[in-house]
Write a protein that binds this ligand. Structure first.
Ligand code: FES
Ligand code: FES
Length: 264
C-alpha cells in the first residue's frame, strides 16, 4: 500500500497498482507528480484519480457489469404455457424454475420465495388444477400446461371465496405466506371434493366422493404451508367456512375451544 494521505489529504490508501496508475495519469497530464499535487486540491485529486481508475476498470478488480444487456440464456428452451388464462411463450434457461419465471420474467410477484427448497409452501401455485411448489418445478416442464397463481384467482373485483374468507377471518398477519396458503387451500378443497385421502383419513375403503373435512384433516392437508406469524387457527377457520359453506362469526369463533368447531 502506498499512503498518499500527506500529499492528497485523502483518507483512503491507494494500492500499489493504483499508485502506478496515478503516475500514469500524471504523465498523461504532462505534469510532474510533485508539481501537480502542489497545485491541486485534495478533492480535485480524489475525483481525478477515482475517475481515471474507474475508466481503467481496476478499482473493483472485476469487469463492469452491463445490466442493460444480460448474458444470453445458456441451454435456452422455448416454453409455451398458459398463465392465469393468458398464453405465454418464454425462452428460458432449462434450469430456471417456475417461481423465477413467474416473478422475474412475467412480473407476477405474488408467489413468494421463502425457502427455495420445497419446505415452506410460500411459492405454491396450481398447475392444471393441482397445487405444485413452483420453486421445485422446472419451467421447461410447464410446456402446454396451465398455471394459476394468486393473481389469477379473483374475477375482476370479486375475490375468490377463499381469498374473501382469509380477509374475513384474519388468516394472515405479515401476508408473506398468504398467496401460497390460498393457492394451496383452493387446490386442497378440490382434492377433498374428489375424495382424495390424506395421512389422517380414517376410512380408506370409501369410494372416492366429496369428503367432509375435520379440522384435523384441514390442518394435515395444509401442513406443507408454513406461517411464521402463526396465523394457523384463523387460516383453518377461513378454509372451514369455505368448505362447509356455513358462515361463521370470527369474533364468536375466538371463544370456541379447540376441537369444538364441528359442533358449530
Ligand atoms: Fe418453495 Fe419454500 S419457496 S417451498
Ligand atoms: Fe406472516 Fe404467514 S402471515 S408468515
Amino acid at each position: 500500500m502506498n499512503d498518499l494521505s500527506e500529499e492528497f489529504g485523502m483518507v483512503r490508501e491507494l494500492t500499489l497498482d493504483e499508485a502506478e496508475l496515478l503516475d500514469e495519469l500524471l504523465s498523461e497530464l504532462g505534469e510532474s507528480r510533485r508539481k501537480f499535487l502542489g497545485q491541486s486540491s485534495a478533492a480535485v485529486l480524489t475525483a481525478l484519480v477515482v475517475e481515471f481508475l474507474a475508466k481503467k476498470n481496476v478499482l473493483a478488480g472485476t469487469p463492469s457489469l452491463d445490466l442493460a444487456s444480460p448474458p444470453a440464456d445458456e441451454n435456452a428452451v422455448s416454453v409455451t404455457f398458459k398463465v392465469n388464462g393468458a398464453e405465454k411463450t418464454l425462452s428460458v434457461d432449462s434450469r430456471m424454475v417456475l417461481l423465477d419465471a413467474l416473478r422475474e420474467r412475467l412480473g407476477l410477484t405474488g408467489s413468494k420465495k421463502g425457502c427455495d427448497h420445497g419446505q415452506c409452501g410460500a411459492c405454491t401455485v396450481m398447475m392444471d388444477g393441482k397445487r405444485v411448489l413452483s420453486c421445485l418445478t422446472l419451467t421447461a416442464t410447464c410446456h402446454g400446461k396451465s398455471v394459476t397463481t394468486i393473481e389469477g384467482l379473483a374475477k375482476g373485483e370479486s375475490l375468490h371465496p377463499v381469498q374473501a374468507a382469509f380477509l374475513k377471518h384474519d388468516g394472515f398477519q405479515c401476508g408473506f405466506c398468504t398467496p401460497g396458503q390460498i393457492c394451496s387451500a383452493v387446490s386442497m378443497l378440490d382434492e377433498a371434493k374428489r375424495g382424495d385421502l390424506s395421512y389422517v383419513s380414517t376410512d380408506f375403503k370409501q369410494k372416492a366422493q366429496a369428503m367432509q373435512l375435520s379440522d384435523d384433516e384441514i390442518r394435515e392437508r395444509m401442513s406443507g404451508n408454513l406461517c411464521r406469524c402463526g396465523a394457523y387457527p384463523n387460516i383453518v377457520a377461513a378454509i372451514r367456512e369455505v368448505h362447509t359453506g356455513k358462515s361463521t362469526d370470527p369474533m364468536a369463533m375466538a371463544f370456541v375451544k379447540e376441537g369444538d368447531h364441528a359442533a358449530i
